[in-house]
Design a protein around this ligand. Structure first.
Ligand SMILES: Cc1ncc(COP(=O)(O)O)c(C=O)c1O
Length: 348
């Protein structure tokens, strides 16, 4: 049985969180002399002299309408990278606990585990880039606290089989983190509708990809109220700055604009795939549910270096296990994709 108290680090269970001025008084008042701010104002045209809302309630209310998840089930991080780090810091004892990763996958899980001195048990994806469920079951031990699943997966682009993820959710007594950074581009359904079903599910999403706000650094975690409360306790008090909160709130009004970009990106992705297939040096293009494609080539370094010389940057993933020969290419605007394709015509 999943019980958050069996998972939490003892020091976090006993932690008295920092109580900020904005936590201690939340009512209406006209004179705020409680936070040592500059009472005169800021050099900018905005009230940036005041600390932001530590729990970002306005942003969460708007997200709640879009996502269909109540605000107490939403955590906001300084990018979803911060949510990843906070999961390690909340649940994994350094030098004792371990986490299961399923490479090739997003690199920050490993980096974050290493920063926090958490042992990594790697259970590589199958050659079809799917979960090795038996391998994961064998790797789980009494100190396994988290399993990170990225779906659609970076860098392979495919979604994980839903049944496999549910098998883990049902059978694992730790937390299954499903990173849905690219879900807006996917044919698959999000897992956030399953939160009421699985107490051990954490879904990560971000405003950095389809929403076009990578520069603001706003990531989201959706989970049970219990898990979100822990993450809020561990996070730095003012982790989302006022400018990001205001701009995110404004941007979240523009769902239609974002949906149009998503549609256009998918059209462009399919075109890019069709055109690239004609090139001699392309051996395979893996099916993608994301805004990038993984392309297996005969000469990844040669192509990468040639493109860099022409001012075009893609990601060379060829040194990663199961990605030999592969370049990861983000879908650009029609102009950018045409420049890429025309440039590649001249690659010898
Ligand atoms: C799978 C995945 N998760 C998370 C992130 C990080 O997102 P954020 O910008 O919200 O920190 C990325 C960024 O590339 C990603 O590919």
């Amino acid at each position: 049985m999943f019980d958050i108290n069996n998972l939490l680090r003892e020091n976090i269970k006993n932690l008295t969180p920092y109580s900020s001025a904005r936590d201690e008084f939340q009512g209406e008042a006209s004179v705020f002399l409680d936070a040592n701010e500059n009472a005169y104002g800021s050099p900018l045209d905005q009230p940036y002299n005041r600390y932001p809302d530590p729990l970002q309630l306005e942003v969460k209310k708007r997200l709640s309408k879009i996502k269909g998840v109540p605000p107490p089930n939403i955590f906001l991080g300084n990018g979803s990278d911060e949510a990843i780090d906070i999961l390690f810091r909340s649940f994994c004892n350094p030098g004792l606990d371990n986490v299961i990763l399923v490479p090739p996958t997003y690199g920050m899980y490993e980096v974050s585990a290493n920063i926090n001195d958490i042992k990594i048990k790697n259970v590589p994806l199958t050659t079809e880039y799917q979960l090795n469920i038996e391998g994961i079951a064998e790797a789980i031990d009494e100190h396994t606290k988290l399993i990170f699943i990225c779906s659609p997966n970076n860098p392979t682009g495919n979604s994980m089989n839903r049944d496999d993820v549910e098998t883990l959710l049902v059978n694992f007594n730790g937390i299954v983190v499903v990173d849905e950074a690219y879900i807006n581009f996917s044919r698959q359904k999000t897992f956030i509708q399953e939160l009421t079903e699985y107490a051990n599910l954490v879904v990560l999403q971000t405003l950095s990809k389809a929403w076009g706000l990578a520069g603001l650094r706003v990531g989201m975690a959706f989970a049970s109220e219990e898990i979100i409360a822990v993450m809020n306790k561990v996070k730095p008090p003012y982790n989302i700055n006022e400018a990001s909160q205001q701009l995110a709130l404004e941007a979240l009004q523009n769902v239609n604009q974002v949906n149009n970009w998503i549609k256009e990106t998918l059209i462009q992705r399919d075109k890019l795939v069709l055109e690239l297939k004609n090139q001699d040096f392309v051996m395979d293009i893996y099916p993608s549910d994301a805004n990038f494609i993984l392309v297996k080539t005969t000469d990844p370094k040669g192509i990468y270096d040639y493109l860099v010389q022409q001012g075009i940057i893609v990601r060379n993933r060829s040194k990663i296990d199961l990605c030999q020969g592969c370049l990861r290419i983000t879908v650009g605007t029609p102009d950018e994709n045409n420049i890429l394709l025309q440039t590649l015509q001249n690659f010898k």
